[in-house]
Design a protein around this ligand. Sequence first.
Ligand code: UD1
Ligand code: MG
Length: 403
Amino acid sequence: MPSDLWCLIFLSVGAYFVTCRLIAKFRDVFVRANLFGIDLCKSTGAEVPEAVGVLCGCVYLVCMFLFIPARFGQDFIQQKENFPHHELVEYITALLGVTCILLLGFADDVLDVPWRVKLLLPAIAALPILLVYYATFDTTFVMVPKPLHPVLGQSLDLGWGYYLYMGMVVVFSTNAINILAGINGLECGQSVVIAISVLIFNSVEVFMGEVSTHPHMFSIHLLLPFIATSAALLRYNWYPAQVFVGDTFCYFSGMLFATVGILGHFSKTLLLFFIPQVINFVYSVPQVFRFVPCPRHRLPRYNKVTNNIEMSTVRFKESDLKFLGRASVSILESLGLLAVTRNLGENKDFIECNNFTLVNLVLKFFGPMHEQSTTIIILLIQLLCSCVAFAIRYPLARLFYDV
Ligand code: UD1
Ligand code: MG
């Protein structure tokens, strides 16, 4: 194993302990600064520090800055003439993206940024990454599956469409983690599972692959300290949560995944590790795009008597829905994916259905459960989906592509 990787492992272990210490020391400071939220799935009503992901992000950045001399120092001394400038540019740009998104996430936690801005800003923060991709790699070809070779040829050049697609990957990944949220340990837990899965994928490519290993090594360098700092945050965010990660962390982790996917040249494979997030997003579409009313919080409802959580619901007049709203309710209901109760209210003209999230869907199928069990089940689903991702990426892809 290269010596710089040992150095990074050492730095990451240090980052884990530093993050733990910082969270323990500063969580009260967050509450005093009015940065706290109420844990809606508890009866205590305690004030839990919010946006603590910012500490995790800061330790991550410091760790990555300290790693620069270890990663590039030897290259600089030994081959000053042929110094790999493009690799340093990629590295610095990735850190720039992370810094920008930490700023946006923290602003969102403090100021509650409107949804349109939330969608737009990650796309702007992604511009430097896309420009570096353009300057260093600029491959916009996608391989065509074997059965379609006679029609489309072996590969298809998507041109600027590929850049549009990568911009959408950034917007999707930053928001996808934020909307699969609301129960202790979920935001951070899913990020850790995705990061470890991507790390395993990169390691397989580096140690067993035949193509260029540099992009995968780059991804490993970015992921190791992320896993360490997120594991520390998860320790405090696990049930019963002592801190909330905030949108700061959700955006930070989403941006990091998008960055390693784009600059590591595996943005399509990356999406395979986001299967639960894709399902949650597709299921959420009727509420996110307001075809059906969307309350401020869609997280499950806490039942004080049983100490379990159950599906949260939204109540509205069916006649107020437009065509798309009605269609989504009836299609999901007929597929058995939505619990609907009709004829409610004095005039029997209200209906009630569960909020359209994967967490509520899990509670619909498994019944009311303890909060911690729900988190564990969703993380197991995430793990299972990672196994499916590996099956698609390796055995199945070999059937359809020349890889
Ligand atoms: C997103 C979701 C929202 C969900 C919220 C919970 C969409 C469109 N938005 O909104 O439905 O309710 O995340 O994270 O899907 N909280 C807990 N327990 C937890 C985590 C959070 O009770 O384990 C509560 C706390 O009150 C916390 C608040 O959620 O203060 C944070 O919500 P915030 O991240 O601001 O919500 P959004 O990201 O806007
Ligand atoms: Mg959030």
